[in-house]
Write a protein that binds this ligand. Sequence first.
Ligand code: GLN
Length: 300
Amino acid sequence: MQEILDELVSGMRQEPDWGEVANYIPELGSIPLRQFAIAISTPDGRLFSAGDADTPFSIQSVSKVFTLAIALGRVGDQLWHRVGREPSGNAFNSIVLLENEKGRPRNPFINAGAIVTTDEILAGRTPGQALAEIVQFIRAAADDTEIHINKAVARSETANGNRNFALAHFLASYDNLKNPPEMVLGTYFHQCAIEMTVRQLARAGRFLVNAQGSPTIISRERARRICALMMTCGHYNGSGEFAFQVGLPGKSGVGGGILAVVPGVASIAVWSPGLNAQGNSLLGTKALAQLARRMGWSVF
Ligand code: GLN
């Protein structure tokens, strides 16, 4: 496994096109483009990694997998009254469907749906308590207490958050927020600003693997369903292409991270900050496609 990962990394380093780093906030825009890391964690706790595997990156929308697990744990199927389970075919921050569909976001992985999910976690809690719960969940999943929020990134998201504020106010106008938009977004921006290395993220993803030895912090059935949503919605309007190329459930973030799951076998984290046109890691996707082909890993 280690040899395969080392080979994969040297192949990636020779790629001519690394994509473009997200530039909507300076903290992400200034990250050096030519970085790549991959880690694989098996259910029994073994961990393989290669490349820039000790460099923490902003997990951004990968956090939506963890908040979905927490919210489902809190309110179960009630969540689906407020958010759907269909791919949107639109960009992660698109607002166009929200009016037609009366403020019920298509799925929990587009921004509008993730904002509703975070609102659910906030019910009866302060933002500080909700964030402590989110960070605690991720630390427990990764079995690592060294996972933190980058406050400068969160602040910058707030200062450049017009689109997310528009989404949150739109949701509120349809009575689909229980808390004030500012409070929900404050929490959402901080969850997106959590930093992890691929080694930490691969370990944190083991609860979705559903195998003997993997942590059961949520039920098997729920893990299976979260994986189904990762497959259909985890890469926004690039979800079909990701399923076609990689064939595994995955969730991307605009920081360049992707968490992918090989059900019953392993959790994989990749990171390369350069993005493709849909806002998903360009080389991260490419590497996952190569790895999946080489290992014969696919849910199909
Ligand atoms: N914080 C980012 C946003 O809300 C997360 C988006 C993403 O990772 N795709 O715009």
